[in-house]
Ligand binder design. Structure first.
Ligand code: NAD
Ligand code: DAU
Length: 349
C-alpha cells in the first residue's frame, strides 16, 4: 500500500484534498500531518476520520527531530505539501512566522524526504502546493504563465516563492522528484473567515461592516476549492515530474463587483430587501503593498492533462453560501476566542 503524507490537511484546501484522496484511493494510506494552528480544524474532515486508510498525525513541520523520526518510521512514498501560513494580512503583521513555517518548514520536509530515499527515488514524489502570488502583480492585461518570472510582493508571497525555489533546487541538486502547482484564489466550504468570501458572508449575516480595502478595484481570479483538489489529483498522478502547472478558473472579478454579487445573493437567502446588505460596504485603509491584479493562464494544465473546472462560478458560489448558512455552528466555533482578538486588531470593533 502506497503511503502518502498530506501536510496541512486540517486546513481549508488540505481538507478537500485529504477527503478526495481517502475516498477515491482506498489502495493508498493517507497520513494527514497538521499542527492544528488557528487555521486547522479537525471538524473539516470529521466525515473521513474513521476510514481504514486514514491516519491523523498532530505535529509541526518546524520540528526537525519530530519530522525526521516520522519519515524514518513511515517511509512515505509521496508527500503533498500544503501546510503553510496562508493569510497575506497576517504576513504583514508577523513575517517571521511565515519564514519559519513556509520556508524552513518546507526545507525540513525536503531534507527528511531526501534522507528517506537517498539515491533511489523510483516512483517517489514531492508535490509542493503553491500560489499565483509568487508572480507578483499584473497590469490591466496579461496572464501568469508557468514561465512568468517570480516577483513576490508580500512577505507571504516571498515565503511561498522561496519555498518553491527550494523544491526546484532539491530537484536539481539531489535529483528529488517534484512537481509544483501555483493556484489562484480559492473559495468554498471550510475556509477560515479571515479571507474575503467567508469573512464577508459572516459579516453580512451579522449586519457588520464589510471592510473593502482601498478603492475595491483589485482583481482576483477565483476557483472553487473542490476543483483545486481535483487538479492536484490529476497533477499528482499524471503531471510531468520536475515541472510546474498553473491552476486557475479563468474567472476574474474586481473585489467590489464580487462583493456586490455576494450582497445580492445574501439578500435573497436572508429574505432582505434587495440592496440592504450592500449598505454594509465600508471602504477602509488599503492593505500595505496590495497586489493590483492576479490572473492565471491554466491552458497548460488543460492541454496536457485535460483538467478544467467542473462548476461555474455561479454554481460554486451558490454551494459555498449555502454551506456557510447551513453550518452556523462551524462558523461560530472558529470565530470565537483568538478570532475576536485578531478581528479587533485588524478592523477595530
Ligand atoms: P489554511 O491556512 O486554511 O490551512 C493551513 C493548514 O496548515 C492549517 O490546517 C494549519 O494548521 C496547517 N499548518 C500551519 N502551520 C503548520 C506547521 N508549522 N506545521 C504543520 N501544519 C501547519 O491554508 P489554505 O488556504 O488551505 O492553503 C493551503 C496551501 O495552499 C498553502 O500552502 C497556500 O499557500 C496554498 N494556496 C492557497 C490558496 C488559497 O486561495 N487559499 C491559493 C493557492 C495556494
Ligand atoms: O492568489 C492566491 C492567494 O489568495 C493565496 O495564496 C492566499 O493564501 C489566499 O489568502 C489569497 O490571497 P488574497 O490576499 O488574494 O486573499 P484575501 O481573501 O485575503 O483577499 C482577497 C482580496 O480582497 C484582496 O484584494 C484583498 C481584499 N480584501 C480582503 C479582506 C480580508 C478586502 O478588501 N477586505 C478584507 O477584509
Amino acid at each position: 500500500m502506497k503511503k502518502i503524507l498530506i501536510t496541512g490537511g486540517a486546513g481549508f484546501i488540505g481538507s478537500h484534498v485529504v477527503r478526495l484522496f481517502v475516498n477515491k484511493y482506498p489502495e493508498y494510506h493517507i497520513y494527514n500531518l497538521d499542527a492544528l494552528t488557528y487555521a486547522g480544524n479537525l471538524e473539516n474532515i470529521r466525515d473521513i476520520e474513521n476510514k481504514p486508510n486514514y491516519t491523523f498525525v498532530k505535529g509541526d513541520i518546524k520540528d526537525i527531530p519530530f519530522i525526521d523520526s516520522l519519515f524514518e518510521q513511515e517511509k512515505f512514498d509521496a508527500v503533498i505539501h500544503l501546510a503553510a501560513e496562508s493569510h497575506v494580512d497576517r504576513s504583514i503583521t508577523n513575517p517571521n512566522e511565515f519564514i519559519e513555517t513556509n520556508v524552513v518548514g518546507t526545507a525540513n520536509l525536503l531534507n527528511a524526504f531526501r534522507d528517506t530515499w537517498k539515491d533511489n527515488f523510483d516512483g517517489k514524489l514531492f508535490y509542493h502546493v503553491s500560489t499565483d502570488e509568487v508572480y507578483g502583480s499584473l497590469g490591466k492585461t496579461g496572464l501568469f504563465k508557468e514561465t512568468t518570472s517570480y516577483d513576490p510582493q508580500s512577505p507571504y508571497a516571498s515565503s511561498k516563492a522561496a519555498s518553491d525555489h527550494f523544491v526546484r533546487a532539491y530537484g536539481n541538486t539531489y535529483g528529488l522528484p517534484f512537481v509544483i502547482s501555483n493556484c489562484s484564489n480559492n473559495y468554498g466550504a471550510n475556509q477560515f473567515p479571515e479571507k474575503l468570501i467567508p469573512l464577508f458572508i459572516h459579516n453580512i449575516k451579522n449586519n457588520k461592516p464589510l471592510p473593502v480595502y482601498g478603492d475595491g478595484k483589485y482583481t482576483r481570479d477565483w476557483l472553487y476549492v473542490v476543483d483545486h483538489a481535483k487538479a492536484i489529483d490529476e497533477i499528482f498522478h499524471k503531471g510531468k515530474r520536475q515541472d510546474t502547472y498553473n491552476i486557475g478558473g479563468f474567472n476574474e472579478w474586481t473585489n467590489i463587483d464580487l462583493i456586490l454579487l455576494l450582497c445580492d445573493l445574501m439578500d435573497g437567502r436572508l429574505k432582505r430587501t434587495k440592496g440592504d446588505s450592500a449598505k454594509l460596504i465600508t471602504y477602509v485603509k488599503d492593505r500595505a503593498g496590495h497586489d493590483r491584479r492576479y490572473a492565471i493562464d491554466a491552458n497548460k494544465l488543460n492541454k496536457e492533462l485535460g483538467w478544467k473546472p467542473s462548476v461555474t462560478f455561479e454554481e460554486g458560489l451558490a454551494k459555498t453560501l449555502d454551506w456557510y448558512l447551513d453550518n452556523e455552528e462551524w462558523l461560530e466555533n472558529v470565530t470565537s476566542g483568538a478570532y475576536q482578538e485578531y478581528y479587533k486588531k485588524m478592523y477595530g470593533e
